[in-house]
Design a protein around this ligand. Sequence first.
Ligand code: ZN
Length: 137
Amino acid sequence: MNLKLHVTKDNGRERYYIRDNSKSSLIRFAVIDLDISRKYPINFVCVLPKNINPKIKMQTHFQMKFKEESLELAKNLLKRALKKEKDEDKILEIKKRLKILSPKLKMAKCNRCGEDFSPRKFGYSIQKTCNDCWSKL
Ligand SMILES: [Zn+2]
């Protein structure tokens, strides 16, 4: 597999139905496999979902296909697409998607100084003391 993102703008040249006058554009992300073909949509694999959540029962084609690797793959595809993209709207949308896929750090309050910090997990237990206090212990 030689996967790549195929990013299209709904009001762009690739639109195959009648163009309307609205300027709003819909950016679509398709995952393509260049090993199948260089031509879109022959090489179409699946749609890149906006968000990837392994806990949701209704899994997207993308997740069913790539399983645990879904999240990393999605991020890599977006990052690679970002490097080559020149269209401002598409760049914005790619960045937005990357933000959605990057998990926010969960914050916890340190049980010594009360400061917020991002705790690390150790197996089933979670860090309760911030790194600063930890180093002073
Ligand atoms: Zn602390």
